[in-house]
Design a binder for this molecule. Structure first.
Ligand code: KMH
Ligand code: ZN
Length: 277
């Protein structure tokens, strides 16, 4: 493994603009952030969008406009969230695929999510996975707990490899209700990932204060990185994050220190089986 795929998750569905004024919520803010993060070493943008009042939305028109604008202004791999917010119904989460992103997230099980429940029934997972196969969308399998890697094994055994033939997972660590964000847990996941198809890659992100331990553990275990204000709004103790660029720059710095410099968007596409532009 010679380089690092850096994913930026700039917005998420959980923080409010009122509480976090620097959160990118408009299309303009998102595109500007994406461009600047690409220049700093990001190769994937994991996208949640907001509506007119900055509230989380899965409005299809807005999603399509977002994909188009990001495609025009950046070469980033556009990954739409099919997770949305914990309140989003399954039919709206499936309809995200109608916006024709290059990648979409696909979570491997239900997990307590703070005070809410992030519901991902088996039938829903199968539906998402097979629709992505049919439409040529590359999934990123989101893993919130160790056992969800076994669910992924079962999914691939019963329903074939994803579009593009390459399996990529993202470990989302430190969610209150999911697995902890620490090195021992990441190593346990990395061990389980070895039982997935040969060549499976993984990235990892640590929520809140687990951000830095997860970056360091992932780089040393051969993994890639996801950072962004979806996952953390605190840069260091007592210091709120100023921008997504600050987080991507820090991740790129760690990647360089580890002699695993950020991959370009073209290199990331090749690694993940995403078609070249
Ligand atoms: N917002 C969370 C409930 C995803 O994007 O696929 C789900 C989430 C995962 O963020
Ligand atoms: Zn997300």
């Amino acid at each position: 493994m010679t380089g690092t795929v850096i994913t930026v998750a700039p917005t998420g569905a959980e923080s409010s603009k009122a509480a976090v004024p620097v959160l990118p919520v408009t299309l303009d803010e998102l595109v500007t952030t994406a461009k600047e993060c690409e220049a700093l070493g990001a190769s994937i943008v994991h996208v949640h969008i907001r509506g007119a009042e900055a509230e989380p939305t899965l409005d299809l028109g807005r999603l399509k406009a977002t994909v188009e604008a990001l495609r025009e202004s950046t070469d980033l791999i556009i990954q739409l969230s099919s997770g949305g917010a914990v309140t989003d119904p399954e039919k709206d989460r499936l309809a995200v695929l109608d916006a024709a992103p290059e990648m979409a997230s696909c979570t491997m099980g239900t997990v307590n999510f703070g005070d809410g429940v992030f519901l991902n029934r088996w039938e829903f997972i199968v539906d998402l996975h097979t629709r992505m196969q049919e439409r040529g969308i590359v999934p990123e399998y989101e893993i919130f707990d160790l056992g969800q890697l076994t669910t992924l094994q079962r999914l691939l055994a019963k329903h074939e490899l994803p579009f593009g033939g390459h399996v990529h997972v993202d470990l989302v660590m430190g969610v209150p209700g999911g697995m902890p964000g620490d090195a021992a847990t990441l190593v346990a996941c990395e061990r389980a990932i070895r039982d997935l198809p040969a060549g499976t890659t993984f990235s990892a992100t640590g929520i809140g204060r687990s951000t830095i331990p997860v970056i360091l553990a992932s780089l040393s275990a051969g993994g890639h990185l996801r950072v962004g204000m979806e996952d953390t709004i605190t840069y260091a103790k007592g210091r709120p994050v100023e921008s997504n660029m600050q987080l991507v720059a820090r991740a790129a710095g760690f990647a360089h220190l580890a002699e695993r410099p950020p991959l370009t968007t073209a290199e990331a596409r090749e690694l993940l089986g995403v078609a070249a532009r």
